[in-house]
Design a protein. Structure first.
Length: 425
């Protein structure tokens, strides 16, 4: 059986991190491993700047950013490989030469298309480097290209997976490679259209890729290697005494992600749940520790309360100008306007006369929301708020996290309590 491992940008950010990846893989000498890798460090952010410079026609900034990235990757090569004539140098140089030539082509009208063709190179670079290093270290490893295996539609930057075609491509191409190789190295985040153009799967797309390959190959397990000991019941930056969630269900992981927990994205969990493939979240700093396992059983879900905080929230109250009752027709209209503006609702509540929604201040400008509804609705808003979500709450946990805060809105179900609060000055 195959195990899928996923390593994010932080786990491959420099030569010592890449050496650590090899060390972790060496702990599994008898296993067949499909290794999914993100771009190194902050490469994705830098490539996003490259796309912006390309769009502006700013050749100086474009070339400067590309040279910075090239230097970064070659410094890593020089630390990992003693022989400068090693094949990997030519591969990396060729990728950067192709990227530089891209500036001579006109920027197309589809920004998302251009984004995917350039930003995808981060994962292509990292996987070539890591595979070459593994081969140099004596691992039985081969590089494979996710851009020819994961089929999506033409929705650039947020490609929707064609599961039937993807399973056909992956099972037909990948399974035979394991006959002679112990390790396959591929890219997270990437796919391709029916026409063969590169797509990306959206943020958190590398974790999702691990789920896609796992589903298609019916693997034994998936492990996501991170810089935390596993899934914690709260953000350690905000809470002093966090607890490791040693075992939770797929359903619980999806619920926590839905409410804003940042460790695992729901779209990663769902294909694993469909095949009942366990998902491990482990530390690449302390790989010997057990971490968290996410699987079907829900016996352990309610043992520890989990806390999720969202800051810089804006609470809007929307009321029809004609003072009519809020009925389905109004709500349908409100939702359509919000969807057209790509406004993601974190919480909502309605009464007979008004509809309240909570949005992230960073993602939506309050004045733009006012404009959305200026024709038929009165809108009031309150900003500088926090959204607190507690899974498996009790009264003592509620009192603990809402102390010295005014509660503006609260909602409770049997498992979850949510509060929109404002700090009492």
């Amino acid at each position: 059986m195959v195990k899928v491992f996923k390593f994010g940008g932080a786990s491959v950010k420099d030569p010592s991190a890449i050496q650590n990846v090899a060390s972790i893989l060496s702990r599994y000498p008898k296993d067949k491993l499909l290794v999914i890798v993100s771009a190194m460090g902050k490469t994705t952010n830098k490539l996003e700047e490259v796309v912006s410079a390309y769009q502006r026609g700013d050749e100086h900034t474009f070339m400067s950013l590309v040279h910075d990235l090239e230097d970064f990757h070659f410094q890593i090569l020089q630390s990992l490989f003693s022989d400068i004539h090693f094949k990997i140098y030519g591969i990396i140089e060729d990728i950067f030469d192709q990227l530089k030539l891209r500036f001579k082509k006109p920027f197309s009208e589809n920004f998302s298309f251009e984004y995917d063709q350039i930003v995808s190179l981060g994962e292509v670079l990292s996987t070539h480097v890591i595979n070459a290093y593994l081969v140099e270290r004596g691992f039985s490893s081969v590089w494979i290209d996710a851009r020819s295996l994961v089929r999506t539609d033409n929705n650039y930057q947020e490609g929707n997976v064609d599961w039937k075609k993807t399973e056909e491509l992956i099972s037909g191409s990948v399974e035979p490679l394991f006959i002679q190789n112990k390790i396959l190295v591929s890219q997270g985040f990437l796919g391709h259209t029916p026409e063969g153009m590169t797509t990306t799967l959206g943020r958190e797309g590398s974790d999702y890729t691990a789920g896609i390959f796992a589903y298609c190959l019916k693997v034994e397990s998936v492990t996501i290697w991170k810089d935390v000991p596993g899934m914690l019941n709260a953000d350690p930056k905000l809470f002093e005494e966090t607890v490791l969630l040693k075992q939770i269900s797929f359903k619980e992981a999806i619920e926590l992600s839905y409410y804003g927990a940042s460790v695992i994205h729901p779209k990663t969990v769902k294909p694993l749940q469909n095949r009942n493939i366990p998902l491990y979240v482990k530390s690449f700093i302390k790989p010997e520790e057990n971490g968290t396992v996410i699987q079907e059983k829900s016996d352990f879900d309610s043992l520890v309360p989990s806390y999720i905080l969202k800051f810089e929230q804006v609470l809007y109250s929307i009321t029809p100008k004609d003072f009519s009752f809020l009925v389905e027709e109004n709500l349908s209209d409100i939702f359509k306007r919000l969807a057209d503006a790509n406004a993601k609702i974190n919480m909502m509540q309605n009464s007979a006369l008004s509809f309240s929604i909570l949005l992230d201040r960073k993602k939506v400008n309050p004045e733009e929301v006012l404009q959305l509804f200026s024709d038929n609705y009165h809108v009031k808003y309150n900003e500088g708020l926090e959204l607190i979500t507690i899974r498996h709450y009790d009264e003592s946990t509620i009192q603990k996290v809402t102390a010295n805060k005014e509660i503006l809105v609260q909602q409770r179900t049997r498992q979850t309590a949510r509060f929109v609060v404002k700090k009492i000055e």
